[in-house]
Design a protein around this ligand. Structure first.
Ligand code: PMP
Length: 280
């Protein structure tokens, strides 16, 4: 077989699904939620994951042990449709899905972002609508998000806010977005976003802390006028946004609810009830 066919050419098409999972103190955070989403994503693309959940959990733990991740770390778990038998795109010409996993340490944003907050702009490119590729599904095709982030690079900001084709706020290029208005925590509904594990954790924490929180549809002008804005993601955790489209949010400093939620999130991350041990 020519060498090119030995490559997993489905990786070239973005024809796969993946998860980004945090490790805190040698424990895999919210593993079950990530595996649920991985299996749902794979089902959407009709990719059969060649392991059971139990087997995959065992592989993740073994890799964490082998790489000696004793403190914090990050797992990138990828399932592509697999090695192709030709150079076409027909999904019937594939034998078996390929699984590859990277487990390493990670610091996505510099420390000062959490203390001072970060600036974002609204990307001109719109988020792919659910009728085309469902954004609830974490596919390996991030071209839409990458195009948005290129706009961020041009504007010299580290993240961007993306809108739906109807002009409503949906999420950032790789994180969910929240606003705080008159003490209420609001985040866009699930129809046009990746439903983040961190987003769910934050909504749950708000419930426990007695902070009113829920889903709401809002436009960029409501973000500009918000009391606080923050983003959430497995890599980024909870990061305050203090400037949007060149406008300062409130006094331009991370707000009290954002700071409280970041603190509580870090506590939840260290709570063994939320995680699976690597060395066990
Ligand atoms: N939206 C997008 C587009 C993402 O890529 C991610 C990161 N997986 C998120 C939101 C946040 O999801 P999570 O909290 O599960 O990392």
């Amino acid at each position: 077989m020519p060498a090119a066919f030995l490559l997993d050419s489905n990786a070239l098409y973005g024809d796969g699904v993946f998860e980004g999972i945090r490790i805190y103190e040698a424990r895999i955070f919210k593993l079950e939620a990530h595996l649920d989403r991985l299996w749902n994503s794979a089902a959407y693309l009709e990719i059969e994951i060649p392991y059971s959940r139990g087997e995959l959990t065992g592989i993740l733990k073994a890799l964490g042990c082998k790489n000696e991740i004793r403190g914090t770390g990050y797992i990138r778990l990828v399932v592509t449709r697999g090695r192709r038998l030709d150079l076409g795109i027909n999904t019937r010409k594939v034998a078996r899905a390929t699984v590859f996993i990277i487990a390493r340490t990670l610091q996505l944003y510099p420390k000062e972002f959490y203390e001072k907050g970060l600036a974002v702009i609204t990307a001109k490119v719109r988020r792919t609508p659910a009728q085309c590729v469902n954004p609830n599904v974490k596919t390996c095709n991030y071209v839409n998000n990458i195009l948005a982030l290129i706009e961020g690079n041009t504007a010299e900001v580290p993240e961007v806010m993306m809108l739906t084709t109807e002009g409503r706020v949906c999420e950032c290029s790789g994180e969910n977005i929240f606003i705080v208005r008159e003490g209420r925590v609001l985040t866009p509904p699930t129809d046009n976003i990746l439903v983040g594990v961190t987003r769910d954790t934050i909504l749950g924490l708000c419930g426990k802390l007695g902070i009113t929180a829920g889903e709401a549809s809002f436009g960029p002008e409501e973000v500009h006028a918000a009391d606080e804005v923050f983003l959430t993601g497995s890599g980024a955790e909870v990061a305050p946004i203090v400037e949007v489209d060149g406008r300062r949010i409130a006094d331009g400093r991370p707000g009290p609810i954002t700071r409280r939620l970041l603190e509580e999130f870090r506590r939840a991350a260290e709570n063994p009830a939320n995680s699976t041990p690597i060395f066990a």
